[in-house]
Design a protein around this ligand. Structure first.
Ligand code: SF4
Ligand code: SF4
Length: 192
């Protein structure tokens, strides 16, 4: 390149904005639908394993814990394909297009994690996974304490009791406030 051309470029660049951005020090404007990072809503998750089986980067794992199951996504392995978001049947995963994806060496901020705890069947007390908000909404239109309690009735008690009997038991529990896992059921405890 001729010296004159180089000097012309230098001169022009002295009076123009730099092309590079100061991200992450300064926020960047992201286009709609940008593949940011995968977000997780444990209240909706049914631990079906679909995301684990379909993730091409082996970035998601589900492990049993003493009182439930823990779902974890390792962002340092994730390739942002959003296949997990597509295959999740209950909208427990979403593309957070407001949050730019960034690689970090900090192992704690490089994961997203949440837990689906075990709760008691309101009738016999047997431990069952906390019912998914999405499933409750689909089956009973609204996510309320009553509907969550109904969804937490174990399969055996559903067989052994008529629907009106279950309703009466749940009315009594709500009246007395006697359900031991209400905070977990409402998602106030044990989901992260
Ligand atoms: S996040 Fe969705 S696909 Fe993954 S285990 Fe939970 S419900 Fe299943
Ligand atoms: S976005 Fe793709 S790579 Fe990342 S966790 Fe989901 S399926 Fe796996």
């Amino acid at each position: 390149m001729k010296v004159g051309v180089i000097l012309k470029h230098i001169w022009e660049n002295l009076f123009t904005e730099p092309m590079t951005k100061k991200f992450p020090k300064e926020p960047v404007q992201l286009p709609e639908g940008f593949r940011g990072r995968v977000g997780y809503i444990p209240e909706n998750c049914i631990m079906c394993n679909m995301c684990v089986l379909n993730c091409p980067a082996n970035a998601i794992e589900i492990k049993p814990e003493e009182d439930g199951k823990r779902w974890t996504l390792h962002y340092d392995r994730c390739i942002n394909c959003m296949i997990c978001v597509e295959v999740c049947p209950v909208e427990a995963l979403y593309n957070d297009d407001k949050e730019p994806f960034r690689v970090t060496s900090d192992r704690i901020s490089a994961i997203e994690t949440g837990k689906v705890p075990m709760v008691s069947c309101p009738i016999c007390g047997k431990k069952v996974p906390r019912p998914s908000n999405t499933m409750v909404k689909r089956m009973m239109k609204e996510v309320t304490p009553r509907n969550l309690l109904k969804a937490a009735v174990c399969p055996q008690c559903k067989k052994d009791h008529k629907p009106e009997e279950i309703d009466a038991i749940i009315d009594k529990i709500l009246e007395e406030g006697s359900y031991p896992d209400m905070d977990k059921l409402l998602g106030k405890e044990g989901l992260r």
